[in-house]
Design a protein around this ligand. Sequence first.
Ligand SMILES: CC(=O)SCCNC(=O)CCNC(=O)[C@H](O)C(C)(C)COP(=O)(O)OP(=O)(O)OC[C@H]1O[C@@H](n2cnc3c(N)ncnc32)[C@H](O)[C@@H]1OP(=O)(O)O
Ligand SMILES: O=C([O-])CC(=O)C(=O)O
Length: 382
Amino acid sequence: MADDLKKGLEGVLVAESGLSSIDGDAGRLIYRGYSIEDLARGASYEEVLYLLWHGELPTADELESFAAALSEEREVHDDVLDAMERLATADERPMAALRTAVSMFSAYEPETDADPEDLEATMRKGRRITAKIPTALAAFERYRLGEEPVDPHPDLGLAANFLYMLTGEEPSDVHAETFDQALILHADHGLNASTFTSMVIGSTMADIYSAVTGGVSALSGPLHGGANQDVMEVLMEIDESNLDPLDWVEQATDEGRRIPGFGHRVYNVKDPRAKILQERSKELAESGDSKWYDITTTIEEYLSQEKGLAEKGIAPNVDFYSGSVYYQLGIPIDMYTPIFAMSRAGGWVGHVLEYQEDNRLIRPLSRYTGPTDQEFVPVDER
Ligand SMILES: CC(=O)SCCNC(=O)CCNC(=O)[C@H](O)C(C)(C)COP(=O)(O)OP(=O)(O)OC[C@H]1O[C@@H](n2cnc3c(N)ncnc32)[C@H](O)[C@@H]1OP(=O)(O)O
Ligand SMILES: O=C([O-])CC(=O)C(=O)O
């Protein structure tokens, strides 16, 4: 491979950004200068959204009006609810239902005629999308269960309200805080594949609905956001196999299986978000069933130490412990990746807004390797 061809765009610098920064050797992640640990400990998802979109942490008053504006936008149009019902009846996957929902939101956008260069309007649209995603997703889940959707609760924050709309019951403080923290941890991560997808779409000055729909699509794959669901499925496969988790993982890796939740393009050490989620998973396990936490740590130890992956710079990523956290919060497994999208929508919108401030169409090159000078033969002579 020639030196100038960077497969997978590895190491290629394509933009400047003030949103988030990753030190892959130190295992450090910051959003606009604040460590992910401090934000996870002290902020709410709404606060982090404000930080990402506005560049600085809000004052108490700013946060109150920002959260209120988000809360006011939670309801989705009846047509979107109908679509969620139809897709649930057709047994569609929730990630695909979400892709459809985000695309549909634009049909009911009040500022549909806003100038694409009006970034304030784009931010308001982004706010609407971010506010509505939890409602559409929860409605989809309710329809799957044969139940009616639960209306958003105006007094609950975005995280607690999602859990409320999912189950019809207000979550405990521990569950609401844990879920809020998970949303904070997933909100942004440099130019990951889905964020880059959104930026490419945004660079054409297409609308933010298109950019976020593209982000959802890119996130769905098993190499990216889809891995959190895969991790939980592996944990369940181990449980159902009745094998000792150590024997299972040994056998699986000997067969050349790649364990989801391990490895990352940027981190060479354990992802700092995995450390935080591991703590949350452990805490939930202490007051419930420790099985999932125990299996996860067994896999981590085996792969990192005995299999030598740590030495090769292959370590647990954000998806490795999020599955067991969500499972213990009672969230259905195929909702894990949509939940990731619910949070990362904030990052997608933030990056599109930032890039469009000084926009240039993103258009890389590929090297042509096909034939040249072919003689055209009309179809009836071929
Ligand atoms: C939110 C997120 O998107 S985080 C990532 C979520 N995805 C996953 O967890 C899926 C599992 N992980 C992977 O498939 C990869 O690590 C990726 C896709 C995340 C990163 O991929 P890349 O940077 O392209 O690395 P690539 O696939 O080339 O792997 C590099 C080396 O690490 C090894 N490797 C990467 N991931 C793993 C893994 N999970 N288990 C075992 N070995 C692995 C590869 O076999 C390869 O080894 P080699 O050089 O000896 O052939
Ligand atoms: O950064 C990446 O490549 C993957 C990602 O989105 C994340 O880890 O949150």
